[in-house]
Design a protein around this ligand. Structure first.
Ligand SMILES: [Zn+2]
Length: 429
């Protein structure tokens, strides 16, 4: 009996002495400086630099003591991506051969063979139509589409053609195909369209770790993208696009949050920490993870992007894209203890469509209350997508406070006391 009391006492004393979990600015700086260092080479997909970043994140997750996603051996979630490069094309419309420089194609199959107008949806873009708008609307359209573009649009068409001549990455080889032809023809009686592409298959890697909660089927997802633009056009003699803010800062936040929440005791909901590959080149990492989960089980997604700098106009604002699509932002506002000095609010740049421009959009389209969280002034940031996006331009103390604010704001969702409303995909652009 006495021994029993002693044991209970010892447990109490140990609990009282255990350090309060905290976000440490030294840890934030350490992680950020590794991820944004020149040795990572700007973390472009399919380079040794991004592989180094992925190993580093995996070792952090292991050190924290996260568990792996069901079905995976480790924290790496590796998946194939296919690259297609145009090899040959033969196109005849109404019996006349179309020259190569009047064809632009976005295909997701190695061989295309259309022999009759019945094989395709034909869309005509006349001289008065807006080609730019049509191009973005048609690009993701299912099935086979042939677009007849009036030759008054030559200039924009040439830009599209250049853009589409680069290798094209696709997750699956059975998606949509779009062929655009610059022509005066607006009705087609006969056609033959044959395109061949060079196919190669590469692998990409997300890093995913889990803290299992009491409710295994309710997931709170914290994410960021660890890829960036790699090595490119030099600016002032620097050609490494370090992406310290975009998005080593978010990746650092995900790791710091994992450590903090692992130390905070068993959560009610299951917490998932994901750093995505290939955000900058098509969002393949988030697409792949979304296909491996049941989106209905994802209660909320905190996608953290560019929190390395305080906003110029309102330095204490942590803004949330798509604020009005769900009540996620209001829940965060309520969960935030006032002593951080930070507030959550709507994205100040609604015209930039940021809600649709990051990995959260993939999950939002599946109904998940999935939002990106940021602090950088997107209208005036001089380092965005430039080699000067380096750690020296970031504000470590601000990052630490922002991560703290996210942890506190997420409290009611993690504990199961609050559940954000879902996105209605029909309302999205
Ligand atoms: Zn980004």
């Amino acid at each position: 009996m006495k021994l029993h009391i002693l044991v209970v006492l010892a447990v109490y004393v140990a609990a009282a002495c255990a350090p309060e979990p905290e976000i440490s600015s030294a840890d934030v700086e350490r992680i950020l400086s590794v991820l944004s260092g020149d040795s990572m080479g700007g973390r472009d997909i399919l380079t040794p630099g991004i592989a180094k970043a992925e190993s580093f994140i995996q070792s952090e997750f292991a050190d924290i003591g996260l568990e792996t996603l069901e079905g995976l051996e480790g924290f790496a979630q590796t998946f194939p991506v296919h690259s297609l490069t145009a090899k040959s094309q033969k196109i005849e419309l109404n019996g006349s051969v179309i020259p190569e420089d009047r064809v632009a194609a976005a295909v997701s199959q190695q061989s295309i063979r259309w022999m009759s107008p019945d094989d395709v949806n034909i869309v005509v873009v006349g001289s008065d139509d807006d080609l730019r708008e049509q191009f973005f609307a048609l690009r993701g359209r299912d099935g086979n589409t042939l677009v007849l573009v009036h030759d008054s649009h030559q200039q924009f068409f040439d830009g599209v053609r250049m853009f589409l001549s680069r290798p094209r990455y696709v997750l699956g080889l059975n998606g949509s195909n779009m062929v655009m032809v610059l022509t005066r023809q607006a009705s087609i009686d006969s056609l033959s369209v044959e395109l061949e592409s060079e196919l190669s298959t590469e692998s990409l890697t997300n890093v995913v770790g889990v803290i299992p909660g009491r409710r295994s089927e309710e997931i709170v997802l914290f994410s960021a993208h660890h890829d960036h633009l790699g090595i490119g056009r030099p600016v002032d003699g620097d050609s490494i696009y370090n992406g310290a803010n975009d998005d080593a800062s978010g990746t650092t936040a995900v790791i710091a949050l994992a450590r903090y929440l692992e130390q905070s005791g068993k959560p009610e909901r299951t917490l998932m920490f994901a750093t995505f590959t290939a955000e900058e080149s098509g969002g393949f990492g988030s697409q792949y993870l979304s296909q491996q989960l049941d989106p209905d089980q994802v209660v909320a997604m905190f996608n953290i992007e560019m929190i390395g700098k305080p906003g110029v106009e309102n330095p204490d604002l942590v803004w949330i894209t798509g604020f009005n699509e769900t009540d996620f932002g209001e829940i965060l506002q309520q969960g935030l203890a006032t002593d951080t000095g930070y507030t959550f609010g709507p994205d100040p740049y609604p015209d930039q469509g940021l809600f649709y421009r990051s990995d959260n959009a993939v999950f939002a389209r599946l109904g998940v209350p999935a939002h990106s969280i940021s602090t950088t002034s997107m209208d005036s940031d001089e380092d965005y997508h430039r080699p000067s996006d380096e750690i020296e331009t970031l504000h470590i103390e601000h990052m630490m406070r922002t991560i703290e604010a996210i942890a506190l704001g997420a409290g009611p969702i993690i504990s199961g006391r609050a559940t954000p409303t879902r996105v209605d995909p029909e309302n999205l652009n």
